[in-house]
Design a protein around this ligand. Structure first.
Ligand code: GLY
Length: 391
């Protein structure tokens, strides 16, 4: 049993989780005049330290995810102003690169799959251009000679999530956000209302409103009533970082991606010479081991796409956990317990959805209502399903 002491810290808004979603919520809430605190042992850590940072609303479109597409596109639209504001405020270069994306096919099955994606993109009113294999290689000469065609999407960009996280920590500090560098152990509930959290050390952090933004850990906070725990699960992604030596630059000028034997592979070239290769997608619970098999498959698939990568130094291998939700879309807004809001479940789109999440959470914290753009993502969409399940 944990020790507890009297409430020694109180805030208007307490954010549980200092990843990019928690940080952007804290920053935007502080800008609205709230006294804000964040509880996290390592603010700016988490999945942003692993993610490649593709802003891929168009190339990551999937059947059945039209509603999510609206939110993704809106967040992409807000990115230029969001990045400029954050850079002006903090002086941090975010590595925001409006470079576009090329999704290519390596065989006739891949090409058929890409043609279907192209049709779906067109039906959805998105900009995307079909290119022959030769046209793809003209754009990106390092591509394998066997590339059979591809989709040029000039609107899918990238940002460096590590720089984004550092800038958000700086922006929060400037806005007066308090950081409690520890674990939130339990939600404190008083008179059927969330009232703060108790930390691992037994300190009570009181708050008028609590936002649970703990990524894949969001479904595990003790004290949240069972039927209101967000249905979020960890989905492991292994990611590699390589370095492009000066003499090979420019190795790639935009993000290049493909589906190889059913698995996604992408190569994201940064202006500073880093080349990020991702990512596996594994349902293995809380495991974050980097495996020989994961690294092998990523290198094998990336090599089929861009054979020259085998010349590059491999500088880092890492695994992170995406917060997956049952419909692959985030849970935003009131949870069903007064005073407890959610900002979690962003799955593959956390970096892309950072601007719209910050704005939407600040809006709901201020008014009690989600803005129109975020309304379909209320956590309450899952409550009927759960009450219908057998006990
Ligand atoms: N959005 C890329 C990934 O989750 O791997």
């Amino acid at each position: 049993m944990s020790r507890t002491s009297d409430t020694s810290h109180t805030s208007d808004v307490l954010i549980v989780g200092g990843g990019i979603i928690g940080l952007v919520t804290a920053w935007r809430a502080a800008q609205r005049g709230f006294a804000v605190a964040v509880v996290d042992p390592e603010p700016g850590g988490g999945a942003a330290q692993v993610a490649a940072g593709m802003l891929a609303a168009v190339t990551e479109l999937h059947y059945g995810e039209q509603t999510l597409l609206g939110l993704n596109v809106e967040s992409a639209r807000r990115y230029p102003d969001f990045a400029a504001e954050l850079t002006d405020l903090t002086g941090h270069d975010l590595g925001y690169r409006r470079c576009g994306t090329l999704a290519v096919a390596l065989d006739s099955d891949d090409r058929a799959h890409l043609r279907e994606l192209h049709a779906l993109q067109r039906q959805s009113g998105l900009d995307s251009e079909w290119l022959s294999g030769r046209e793809c290689r003209r754009l990106e000469p390092m591509l394998a000679p066997g590339v059979r065609g591809g989709l040029r999407v000039d609107g899918d960009h990238q940002i460096d999530p590590r720089r984004l996280a550092a800038a958000l920590v700086a922006a929060c500090e400037r806005a007066g956000v308090a950081f409690h560098r520890t674990w939130a152990e339990r939600l404190s509930v008083l008179r059927e209302r969330a009232a703060g959290v108790v930390t691992r050390e037994g300190v009570v952090l009181g708050a008028g409103q609590v936002v649970l933004a703990a990524g894949s850990l969001s479904g595990r906070l003790a004290g949240v009533p069972d039927d209101l725990l967000p249905p979020v699960r960890p989905v492991k992604g292994q990611v590699l970082r390589l370095t492009v030596p000066e003499r090979y630059a420019p190795f790639l000028s935009r993000t290049v991606r493909a589906v190889v034997r059913g698995s996604q592979v992408y190569l994201v070239p940064r202006e500073n010479g880093e080349l990020v290769v991702g990512a596996t997608s594994e349902e293995l619970g809380w495991d974050t081991t980097v495996t020989a098999g994961g690294v092998y498959e990523l290198l094998r698939d990336a090599h089929e796409l861009v054979p020259g990568i085998t010349e590059l130094p491999l500088t880092e291998t890492r695994a992170g956990l995406r917060p997956g939700s049952p419909d692959n879309a985030p849970l935003l807004g009131p949870s069903g317990l007064d005073g407890l809001l959610l900002a979690t479940g962003h799955y593959r789109n956390g970096v892309l959805l950072t601007p719209v999440t910050g704005d939407s959470m600040a809006h709901v914290l201020t008014t009690g209502e989600l803005p129109d753009v975020a309304r379909p993502f209320t956590p309450k969409r899952f409550s009927t399903v759960r009450t219908e399940q057998p006990a």
